[in-house]
Ligand binder design. Structure first.
Ligand SMILES: N[C@H](CCC[C@H](N)C(=O)O)C(=O)O
Length: 257
């Protein structure tokens, strides 16, 4: 089966994106998705996104982790697919689309995309970490010497031992300034460190505010793949008007044979 695909990266979190408005893609074919994402035998990506028609919204976003399974929400993927929708001429600058966790708004200006994330109802603060769901589940833990930290081993242990079969993404954080944090993420479903994680840095920003590490509601997150901005409003015990902002780049177009 031959089809065109587009390769995107959002601060180093990389994706294969396919225009599936004709609904041709075999969506249950886990092996095919995993093969497309394979770094040696396929295109190589952290995940695969399908852009589909939607009766009311501008489009529907379907997201698979690189293990081939359907996933929870992907923030960087949401930013990249919004850029792709503008590239296809489906939208001009603003969009409303449906993802697995509901409706999202986004604004695309050149290669800069601002994505509205779902509200966060509950932030669970424990002694050594914070857990919250920003469309995907995230464990947030402050460490020292982040750049030398063994993210893979420690992230995999926490993902499996603390969160069992369901698992969680695991974010390790170091504070650089009052509203600047460095983040490295072990990503569920990729089962490795990724260069950035959109729902992850969103979780980190909110966790740092919730635990008093910052009093700013606009936070810069430095990841190995680049910088992201997160802003939010604390309303009662939850968080609303949560925005994830950063670059989204179309790297190349290809044909899958
Ligand atoms: N792997 C994540 C979903 C994608 C998250 C990440 N790519 C992002 O940008 O939010 C999970 O299974 O929860």
């Amino acid at each position: 089966m031959e089809f065109t695909f587009y390769k995107y990266q959002g601060t180093g979190n990389d994706f294969v994106i396919i225009d599936n408005r004709e609904d041709f893609f075999p969506k249950k074919n886990t092996e095919l998705v995993a093969k497309i994402c394979d770094r040696r035998f396929g295109v190589g990506a952290d995940g695969l996104l399908l852009l589909e028609n939607h009766p009311d919204a501008d489009f529907r976003m379907v997201y698979y982790n690189s293990d081939g399974n359907l996933s929870s929400m992907c923030g960087n993927g949401g930013r990249c697919i919004s850029h792709f929708a503008k590239f296809l001429g489906i939208i001009s600058e603003k969009t409303t689309f449906e993802a697995v966790d509901g409706m999202h708004e986004a604004t695309v200006k050149n290669d800069w995309v601002s994505l509205k994330m779902n509200n966060v109802e509950k932030v669970n603060v424990s002694e050594n970490f914070t857990f919250l769901n920003t469309g995907s589940p995230h464990h947030v833990e402050i460490v020292t010497e982040l750049q030398d930290f063994d993210v893979f081993t420690n992230g995999r242990n926490i993902r499996n031992k603390t969160y069992g079969k369901e698992g969680s993404n695991v974010n390790f954080v170091e504070q650089n300034d009052h509203a600047i944090f460095s983040v490295r993420t072990y990503e569920r479903g990729v089962e490795d460190e990724t260069l950035s994680c959109g729902t992850g840095v969103t979780a980190v920003a909110i966790a740092m505010f919730e635990t008093g590490k910052t009093s700013e509601n606009k936070v810069t997150l430095k990841t190995p793949g680049g910088e992201l901005q997160v802003r939010f409003e604390k309303i009662g015990s939850g968080y609303e008007n949560v925005y994830l902002e950063g670059s989204a780049i179309q790297v190349f177009k290809g044909i899958w044979k």
